[in-house]
Design a protein around this ligand. Structure first.
Ligand code: GLP
Length: 250
């Protein structure tokens, strides 16, 4: 879907999320959301807060799992994704604090792999994700699933795990950390297995600097070198919401 501008795309995304929350809560008494950080989804969270305040949208039945967190990272650090979620959403709606999950950037090194696998089990134990919200990195990354030379069948089935950040990702995060040298080199990311199993997936990408990643994701080969292209394996469960600039190379 190509919208006239990014604010309209974000309104549409928030309305889809609100509809999912209402439908899943009505049907099963709960909704399970996969949430994303970055600059792109901030207006989506603003709209959800507005729907909560003015339109009776309750998130009391929602369980959420965020995509990623820097590693190592204290949840109390203002640059953590946990702090971001608190600022933009968790502190402003009635989502129960003990149901709002992010990967924990304080897990000891030796327990990281097991922790990632447990994170996938927690998602599965909730019945999987009703909806996963995604942004797209300039290098085509999804969450912190970075470009990689591995075979496609393996790339489609990755667990939640520790990863090394790509140089483009470190450069893009520099503004949030006061310089590239302060950006953590590693992160925990939800894997493609849990992301691709979501019952619906919304991908938001805006601006000219995402145009190449969007075109490579939607029209190039399906390859682990472009993690966004792996989303095509989820077929019509995936909706891309773009502005004209991000769609300009299609
Ligand atoms: C970050 C996040 C991704 C996000 C992407 C795009 O590094 N880990 O989940 O989608 O990069 O960020 P932005 O929306 O700020 O362009």
């Amino acid at each position: 879907l190509i919208f006239d501008d990014r604010s309209l795309a974000c309104l549409a995304a928030a309305d889809r999320i609100a509809a999912t929350i209402r439908a899943a809560t009505d049907a099963r008494g709960k909704a399970v959301l996969g949430l994303a950080t970055g600059g792109t989804p901030i207006p989506v969270y603003e709209r959800l807060v507005g729907l909560h305040e003015a339109d009776g949208l309750s998130l009391a039945g929602v369980t959420s799992f965020n995509l990623d967190e820097y590693y190592p990272m204290s949840p109390l650090d203002p640059r953590s994704y946990r702090s971001y979620m608190h600022r933009h959403l968790f502190s402003k709606v009635d989502l129960a604090p003990n149901r709002a999950h992010l990967p924990d950037g304080t897990v000891p090194e030796s327990a990281l792999e097991a922790y990632g696998e447990a994170y996938d089990r927690w998602i599965a134990a909730e019945g999987g994700l009703d909806l996963q919200l995604l942004g797209l990195g300039r290098n085509g990354h999804v969450g912190f699933n970075e470009p990689d030379g591995m075979a496609v069948d393996r790339a489609l089935d990755l667990p939640t795990r520790p990863v090394s950040l790509h140089p483009t990702t470190i450069a893009d995060a520099a503004k949030d950390f006061g310089g590239e040298e302060h950006v953590p080199r590693r992160a925990l990311t939800m894997g493609t297995a849990s992301i691709l199993a979501a019952r619906s997936i919304l991908v938001l990408a805006f601006g000219l600097n995402k145009a190449e990643a969007v075109a490579r994701s939607l029209s190039g080969p399906i390859t682990a070198e472009v993690p966004g292209s792996l989303l095509r394996s989820a077929g019509d469960r995936v909706t891309w919401l773009l502005d004209p600039e991000a769609a300009s190379d299609l």
